[in-house]
Design a protein around this ligand. Sequence first.
Ligand code: V47
Ligand code: SF4
Length: 390
Amino acid sequence: MNIAISPVEELVERTTDLDLQQVGKKILNGQRISFEDGVLLFEKAPLSFVGTLANFVREKLHGNKTYFNRNFHIEPTNICVFSCKFCSYSKLYAHREDGWELSVEEMVNIVKKYDGQPVTEVHIVGGVHPKMDLQFFAKVLKGIKAHRPDLHIKGFTPVELEYMFRKAKMTAEEGLQFLKDAGLQSLPGGGAEIFHPEIRKQICDDKVDAEGWLHIHRTAHKLGMQSNATLLYGHIEEFWHRVDHMERLRQLQDETGGFNTFIPLKFRNHDNEMSHVPESSVVEDMRMYAISRLYMDNFPHIKAYWPMLGRQNAQLTLSFGVNDIDGTIDDTTKIYSMAGSEEQTPVMSTSELVALIKQVKREPVERGTLYNEIRNYAVEPLEEVDPALN
Ligand code: V47
Ligand code: SF4
């Protein structure tokens, strides 16, 4: 008698490379894959192999649910004391005339523009301006909370935080507690780039190192604030540097459980000091997302950030392990348009996001920042929703 096996089991059984087959079996059995397994997948696995397995894991964890939120960004400044080679955004020395610096009032006014609109999150991130210190940002946070207490404030990378805390002569714990008391609720995943010093030295030598980045997230988790993590891929790193980066994050997650989402960020090469480095192919992008899903077994969510990938490629990632597609954004970020993304004015209405997800037969679910479900659009379709919310 034939015992039916699923297509994913069949794929693993039929794989002629026995090393890959072993890794595939671990994943099917819910076992953790090792550092060496991760490198092997990057070096040898075709997209069909990692993609099918990543989709299997994604569906086991989330079924067809695909999360998004309604958010906007505030970028306080693009003036930055650091000089990351991949950055198309910072304008401290060259083109200072293109620089901006917002006042507390201007930032609160951005929030006021959303009065009456059902946005749930503001994401604050920018350059590191020597005059914008801890006290300044505490005023921003308090001003936002005074105007709109229910808006979740996700803000600041360890790059910005380490600089603010150093200048204020505070430890990470003191500084984070101070900002938390002023209204900060969670941390975004930026500033991680590639942790390994061999690469970090070449692309962003002067900003916070891996230990500093991890220390700030560990401390935030200890204080009850959740966070995300990113990895900047597809430039001068080798595959094992990506796995080393993911391994450090996986270990911290084992320790604290405070991470929500892992976000691989595709390097874009427009108008920066690494413009000679070619960008990764779409196939390599999908392999990156799929292997992230397989390696980051203790991260609940894998996110594709559509303003950077482009909406069609972001849609494609939903078949390769991704279960979150970020938010409506509302054209409030300049980081990726300046780095050459095809999304020059990143804005998607809720109905566009829902349609994008439905088109690939997934279930659109609007979430809050911490993944509380706000509305499942498969259960409550758009037509029945108040048109003002679309
Ligand atoms: O840390 C800068 C990256 C990050 C380029 O946590 C570039 O929900 C590609 O982290 N090519 C900031 N990437 C953005 C970020 C983020 C975005 C969306 C959601 C969340 C979240 C976090 O942007 C930086 C850096 O890694 N970046 N320049 C570039 N040329
Ligand atoms: Fe500054 Fe961030 Fe650009 Fe680096 S990536 S130069 S820290 S704005």
